[in-house]
Design a protein around this ligand. Structure first.
Ligand code: GLC
Length: 713
């Protein structure tokens, strides 16, 4: 039989079918398995490569090369595909360009810069001999208690979908077999962050209608963007584990949305059906459920291999189900050119090269959010005495946040940080050189332990200063999987540190270097200025300093709302209406800051909102009414006046970043479509109902900031 699978002139589908026909059941089961290099010996890994394992994860550089060489010597020589969590740069490699996290990058609302982040990351992952990143996270950050909010693009489905599609395009490039392209992975499908109480991997308690209405849209855009792989979420939907949900995986994702790549489970999801979710009595039943539901590759569930072979041999599992999974995996391996290039060239020498660092800086500059400024910023007086205080002022580990070489594959606080990077203190010192300002520094306190504090020392350091820059937040030990928090108040002695400094009656600029919104109501009220920097990557501290000294005019907008108190959660802006409006009698109704908020050193005015009803073209005039050039992100929301199911009080449907010179007015236009106004009916159909709508345009989701116009569709 001519070996079509070896003929690179043949289409991927043909080659995959030909190869599949030659495989034994054990080879098929091995191809559907992905194992963690970091959790096994070299000999074990080589043994699995000899069995024809489909994929390894968390293997770097030379170890990958050796495994690939072994795989290519097997009977059919099917190359292994290497996956890694390169989710804000190829961060597990300490030579890589480390970008702001997704939540921080989302503050830029800049699709082009986020696509470029994907491009740079792909180049460095490919150069490292790896093929596939488990990114983007398309879960929604709707409950800040969840440990992984930093990995999301925030609380809104529209923004998350737009930015997710952009980074997928960046990772995969124009063609998946490009020298510098890698596979993307839309995760975690779907609604993982909606676990009750934000308890990671627990039941989401939601219906499929709600999943389709709120959590599916970003994944639909990922399919349209040609995302090669999806990852199944932990947890369950209304009691059915996502891993075992044939409706979620086969019916909706594969059949309805036409996803033709392959689905990989999340970490040990198959075994967890037995050990945690008690949805299967043993590995055979779990493996059967997982394959039947539509999972194509099983991450780290080594027991799947034997169980699957036995199930087919005992006629308890139809081999055709394995065939569908293996075909999907092989098709992608052919499409990405893996057989011709088991190791891509990438771009040697590109790790943290000038071009990559420039892309990082550009994104970081648009990712910081000015939330308050009572005429204290920018600092422009000459020879200022500036006290930089706080636990996160000079902590690059805290600034990087999760998923870098400090936190994965095993947390290693002793790991030597690699240059270049700027903490806030280093950024302030760097930029102060240009202004002659004098910088003093004191850590003030730790983040975790109340007793780790030297408030007297901090007070002493700040006493002679003209202005205080206080840098607070959270640290790696408080971020990530299994790190959900029941209390989002500042930990350690951070609040006490602020209160002590406040007594000095000097201007305080508070900078939040954190993985997520924290409950800082008192600090927000009592600070003279407040900047949300989140985890800003290598240049996070530099861009804070550039903003503080006015070298950049902040333009970031929040992709996530800030609760005043942990008990106020959820506070996402696009909530459903209710009589008492979710109001607690012991809190104001509004969040501390809401989605879309972000100030500038200039001010913008909105006027003249118009709608061409026939063509559904919306236009609004935006004026830069201040003295400084700036960039405004104009946001468009809508609400259904009457709808057959409850619909949110407002929903984002479009946005545009618009540069405006001082005094300039621009007319910003949006081409809308009736499908923008759709809802999901109780029988799970997405429709746009006829009737009246209110369309809004403005600088944020805050009620009093939006112009409105009515229309009947
Ligand atoms: C983790 C995460 C997932 C990650 C995978 C591989 O547990 O849930 O996001 O991609 O395992 O590291």
């Amino acid at each position: 039989m001519p070996e079509i699978y070896k003929d690179k002139t043949k289409p991927a589908e043909e080659r995959a079918q030909d190869l599949l026909a030659r495989m034994t059941v054990p080879e098929k089961a091995a191809q559907m398995l992905q194992l963690p290099y970091s959790k096994m010996t070299r000999e074990e890994a080589l043994g699995w490569a000899e069995k024809g394992l489909g994929s390894f994860l968390h293997v770097l550089g030379d170890n990958a090369r050796e495994l690939q060489a072994t795989a290519l010597k097997t009977r059919l020589g099917i190359p292994v595909i290497f996956g890694i969590d390169a989710i804000h740069g190829h961060g597990l490699n300490d030579k890589a360009t480390i970008f702001p996290t997704q939540l921080a990058a989302a503050c830029s609302w800049n699709k082009e810069l986020i696509e470029e982040m994907g491009r740079v990351t792909a180049r460095e992952v490919a150069t490292d001999g790896l093929h596939w990143t488990f990114s983007p996270v398309l879960c929604l950050g709707r409950d800040a208690r969840w440990g992984r909010v930093d990995e999301t693009f925030g609380e809104d489905p529209y923004l998350a979908g737009e930015l997710g599609a952009a980074v997928i395009k960046g990772y995969q490039g124009d063609n998946m077999d490009g020298e510098e392209s890698i596979l993307a992975c839309a995760k975690h499908y779907a609604g993982y962050g909606e676990a009750v109480g934000a308890r990671d991997s627990c039941d989401t308690g939601m219906t499929f209608r709600k999943m389709r209405e709120v959590f599916l849209p970003p994944f639909e855009k990922a399919v349209k963007a040609g995302c090669a792989t999806f990852m199944t979420a932990y947890g369950s939907i209304d009691g059915t584990p996502f891993t075992a949900s044939e409706k979620a995986l086969r019916q909706i994702l594969k059949d309805e949305l036409g996803f033709d790549g392959f689905i990989v489970t999340d970490w040990d999801n198959v075994t967890s059906l037995v050990t945690y979710q008690r949805a299967a009595a043993d590995m055979e039943e779990a493996s059967h459920l997982a394959v039947k539901a539509g999972n194509d590759m099983m991450m780290t569930s080594a027991g799947f291999y034997e169980a699957a072979v036995k199930l087919v041999e005992n006629k308890k599992l139809d081999e055709k189900l394995l065939d569908d999974a293996v075909l999907r995996i092989l098709r992608i391996k052919f499409q990405m050119g893996l057989f011709e290039q088991p190791e891509k060239k990438g771009r040697p020498g590109c790790f943290s090269c000038g071009e990559h660092l420039e892309a990082n800086k550009k994104l970081a500059r648009e990712s910081i959010v000015l939330l308050k400024n009572d005429d204290v910023l920018p600092l422009q007086k000459e020879k200022l005495k500036i006290a930089v205080i706080g636990p996160n002022a000079d902590d690059i580990r805290a600034q990087y946040g999760d998923w870098t070489y400090f936190s994965h594959p095993e947390p290693d606080p002793e790991r030597e940080p690699q240059r270049p990077y700027f903490t806030v203190l280093e950024g302030m010192r760097e930029v102060a050189k240009e202004t002659g300002a004098e910088i003093t520094y004191h850590r003030g306190c730790g983040v975790l332990d109340e007793n780790d504090a030297d408030l007297d020392g901090a007070e002493q350091a700040a006493k002679e200063s003209d202005v205080i820059i206080l840098v607070i937040g959270d640290v790696i030990e408080q971020i990530g999987e299994t790190k959900d928090r029941a209390n989002l108040d500042l930990s350690g002695a951070q609040q006490a540190l602020f209160d002590r400094l406040k007594k000095l009656e000097k201007p305080i600029v508070t900078v939040l270097v954190s993985s997520k919104p924290l409950c800082i109501q008192k600090i927000a009220e009592e600070s003279d200025a407040l900047i949300a920097a989140f985890n800003g990557g290598m240049f996070g501290g530099l861009v804070v300093a550039e903003a503080v000294f006015g070298k950049l005019n902040p333009s970031g907008k929040l992709p996530i709302s800030f609760p005043r108190h942990t008990g106020q959660i959820p506070v996402y802006y696009n909530s459903l209406p209710g009589w008492h409006g979710g109001k607690y009698m012991d809190l104001p109704e509004t969040p501390l800051f809401t989605f879309g908020e972000g100030l500038s050193y200039t001010s913008y005015e909105y006027s003249n909102l118009k709608l061409d009803e026939k063509r559904l073209v919306l236009s609004v005039d935006v004026t830069n009414a201040g003295k400084l050039d700036g960039t405004e992100t104009v946001q468009v929301y809508f609400r259904d006046v009457v709808s057959s199911v409850l619909t949110p009080v407002k929903q984002l449907i479009a946005f545009q970043k618009t540069a405006l010179k001082a005094g300039e007015t621009k007319t910003v236009t949006f081409r809308l479509d009736k499908s923008d106004f759709s809802l999901v009916t109780p029988d799970e159909k997405r429709v746009t109902e006829p009737g009246e709508l209110v369309i809004m345009a403005g600088p944020s989701a805050k009620e009093d900031s939006l112009l409105e116009i009515g229309v009947v569709v």
